[in-house]
Design a protein around this ligand. Structure first.
Ligand code: HSE
Length: 288
């Protein structure tokens, strides 16, 4: 028996939607599970040298929340850059959960998998978008994480500028203050409301107005210097800039008709970065 699954990259927060908003992107990691002696882990692509080859592998930890990884070979194909804010950990968790369901002959249900996933990654915005696909909002209700997919597409194009250096989410979260000023909270909650409304109505102008945050981006800009550079000197056609998750990847938002020129300028300006024009993935993690 063999099971093949894929899981998309994700960008979380989308500016002021901290720990809530996310989008799945057409950029996929894969996992093939087949029968073997013991539990064998093989990894190709991104993060080969940083990934455990035993039960500590995040994908196996996820798989083992549903069924026993013993007697199976796990072959991970990693394309999503590690520790760059594009949801590589969430994709690995989703791969393990979805593969385990399919191995057991159960149809994966994102609503059931989300509470399992947050045992391994406590903020749900990336994993929600990864499991559901499209554009999602996730929130906690009486101890249970919930998600609603609110759109299949975005009214602006998304260009990821991925630097070489990595930032661990745990470190980026540790750098956030325990308290913020009421004025900053008010500013960000207003922008978060605009964000939700603009995503639900596919309003490009409202979305561009939403891309400002005072809850996390100011505290992370030192580790993601491109954020300030691209805010001060926007690329042609850019209507907003956000940190992707906890960074250091930057998302440059551009009008459809100008996004090719924008990506071209970004490629020329930042030759050490990967510049990826990414479409929204309408499907979440699943068999392929
Ligand atoms: N919402 C999370 C954070 C996303 O900003 O820390 C991490 O990718």
């Amino acid at each position: 028996m063999t099971v093949k699954v894929r899981a998309p990259a994700t960008s979380a927060n989308l500016g002021p939607g901290f720990d809530c908003a996310g989008v799945a992107l057409e950029f996929w990691n894969e996992l093939e599970v087949s029968e073997a002696d013991g539990a064998v882990v093989e990894v190709e692509g991104e993060g080969v040298s940083e990934t455990p080859r035993d039960g500590n592998h995040l994908g196996l930890r996820a798989f083992s929340l549903i069924t026993d990884p013993e007697g199976k070979r796990f072959r991970f194909i990693n394309r999503i850059p590690f520790a760059r804010g594009l949801g590589s950990s969430s994709a690995t968790i989703a791969l393990g959960l979805v593969a385990a369901c399919l191995w057991e002959g159960v149809e994966p249900d994102p609503a059931e998998l989300l509470p399992l996933a947050v045992r391994l990654e406590p903020h749900a915005d990336n994993i929600a978008a990864c499991l559901y696909g499209g554009v999602t909002l996730a929130w906690e209700e009486e101890g249970l994480w919930r998600c609603r997919r609110i759109a299949d597409s975005l009214p602006l194009d998304l260009i990821a500028v991925v630097p070489k250096q990595s930032v661990e989410t745990i470190t980026a979260r540790a750098g956030l203050p325990a308290e913020v000023l009421h004025a900053d909270a008010a500013f960000s909650s207003g922008r978060a409301a605009l964000l939700g409304a603009s995503l639900a109505t596919s309003d490009a102008q409202l979305l561009a107005a939403a891309f400002h945050d005072r809850l996390h981006e100011p505290y992370r800009s030192a580790a993601a210097p491109l954020l300030g550079q691209l805010q001060e000197e926007p690329a042609r056609g850019s209507v907003g800039v956000t940190l992707s998750g906890s960074g250091p990847t930057i998302i440059v938002w551009a009008r459809h008709e100008e996004s090719a020129a924008c990506a071209e300028e970004l490629t020329a300006r930042f030759p050490d970065c990967k510049v990826l024009a990414l479409a929204v993935a309408t499907g979440g993690a699943g068999a392929f």
